[in-house]
Design a protein around this ligand. Structure first.
Ligand SMILES: NC(=O)c1ccc[n+]([C@@H]2O[C@H](COP(=O)([O-])OP(=O)(O)OC[C@H]3O[C@@H](n4cnc5c(N)ncnc54)[C@H](OP(=O)(O)O)[C@@H]3O)[C@@H](O)[C@H]2O)c1
Length: 144
């Protein structure tokens, strides 16, 4: 079984990667930080890693290429976790922050999903999306 976890090199998502790894999954973990990925690969020898920044246009191609070239285009779970919260009073909103939020949380995960679709279909895979309670309950100054 093969799982891809975006933004999974630290915190509770690292724990998640460890959990799947201990259950016998092959895990591919992405991060923007090469050092964190090197540490992870050192801690868990069989975990595979790719440096991926969803704010960079077309960066998801590196992840899709890995799955095609290294995993025979097979994927069982696509765990889309990478993201961040921008805290900005709406009156101070700037275009770059807004466009970055859309890119990181909408455009890039959608393109990544499209790129992984054949691999997921091949293994009758599943997609897990991490979202936010802010979608249904707004908080002051938070864009989710
Ligand atoms: N914690 C909350 O209260 C909260 C609330 C609402 C929504 N969420 C969402 O839940 C998910 C997990 O959040 P968390 O609190 O567990 O945060 P977290 O520990 O910071 O995990 C998010 C991961 O996303 C990665 N990331 C951030 N920006 C990225 C980018 N541009 N490209 C690629 N990776 C990026 C980061 O990895 P690297 O730094 O290693 O690249 C980070 O490890 C996120 O999608 C977040 O938006 C969290």
């Amino acid at each position: 079984m093969k799982i891809l976890i975006t933004g999974g090199s630290s915190g509770k998502e690292k724990g998640l990667a460890e959990n799947f790894y201990e259950k016998g999954f092959e895990a591919l973990v992405t991060s923007r930080d090469e050092k964190k990925l090197a540490q992870l690969a050192n801690d868990l020898k069989c975990i595979r890693t790719v440096v991926y920044d969803s704010s960079v246009i077309d960066d998801e191609a590196k992840v899709v290429d890995f799955i095609r070239d290294e995993w025979g285009n097979e994927l069982d779970i696509l765990f889309k976790n990478a993201g961040h919260v921008a805290i900005t009073p709406f009156g101070n909103l700037d275009r770059e922050t807004l466009e970055n939020m859309y890119r990181v949380h909408l455009t890039a995960p959608s393109m990544l999903t499209a790129g992984c679709l054949d691999a997921l279909k091949k293994n009758k895979g599943q997609i897990l999306n991490i979202t936010s309670s802010h979608e249904i309950k707004p908080y002051p100054q938070l864009m989710a």
